[in-house]
Design a protein around this ligand. Sequence first.
Ligand SMILES: [Zn+2]
Length: 73
Amino acid sequence: MNDNQPKGARAALPFVSKPCPICTKPSVERYRPFCSKRCADVDLNRWLKGAYAIPVVEDEDEDGEGSAPERES
Ligand SMILES: [Zn+2]
């Protein structure tokens, strides 16, 4: 019969503000997930540099959800 497996059973994590990924200080809600605008800028610069380093690959954007109805027989 049907398997009774829960889909994506993930433990519900309590909402905890993660530390700033740049300096690991407690993040501020205004600049989440960073502790300050400065750290946000640092991360942004890293990201941009990383983006430039990565060769641009054009991949087709498929907007369709592609949810084909499954038929159960
Ligand atoms: Zn920080």
